[in-house]
Design a protein around this ligand. Structure first.
Ligand SMILES: [Zn+2]
Length: 151
């Protein structure tokens, strides 16, 4: 992304926003050389939306993968497909709204857990056990206790 004023290649994204239903992301950028600001408009489908894994490797945000994870957690629970879809979309907007178009998977995981906790606590504990990689029953008990302390 070249600066329109000085042609410098490096800049910092200072603000990034999508309007719901729109396919364009508007980014405010700050040129690292001349310090002037400019705005870019990027089409969503052209943007590589990446998630950064724990080991720092990056992969494309996969809506289907998130959906499958949530569906597994919500199996036989009274959670509608619409509610699950809404959680997937929340995760997707989180990634798309991130500066530089990437976002750590941990942030997506935490966001999904927050949503699930509101929607269905059994599904939440299931999801958390996979996501946080519970090794034994003590971690389940701990998580359930911490839920009981919440209103
Ligand atoms: Zn510049």
């Amino acid at each position: 992304m070249l600066c329109p004023y000085c042609g410098h290649l490096k800049n910092k994204v200072i603000d990034s926003r999508t309007t719901k239903g729109e396919e364009v992301i508007r980014r405010r950028r700050d040129c690292l050389l001349c310090k002037r600001r400019f705005t870019t408009y990027e089409r969503v489908e052209e943007l590589p939306v990446m998630v950064v894994k724990k080991d720092q490797h990056r992969e494309r945000f996969d809506r289907k993968k998130v959906l499958q994870g949530l569906m597994r957690a919500c199996e036989k629970r009274p959670v509608s497909m619409a509610a699950i879809e809404a959680m997937v979309s929340a995760a997707e907007s989180e990634v798309m709204g991130s500066p530089e178009g990437e976002c750590p998977t941990s942030r997506i995981g935490e966001l999904l857990m927050q949503e699930l906790k509101r929607v269905d606590r059994v599904a939440y504990v299931r999801f958390a056990s996979v996501y946080r990689d519970f090794q034994d029953e003590h971690q389940f008990v701990k998580e359930i206790h911490s839920l009981q302390l919440e209103p």
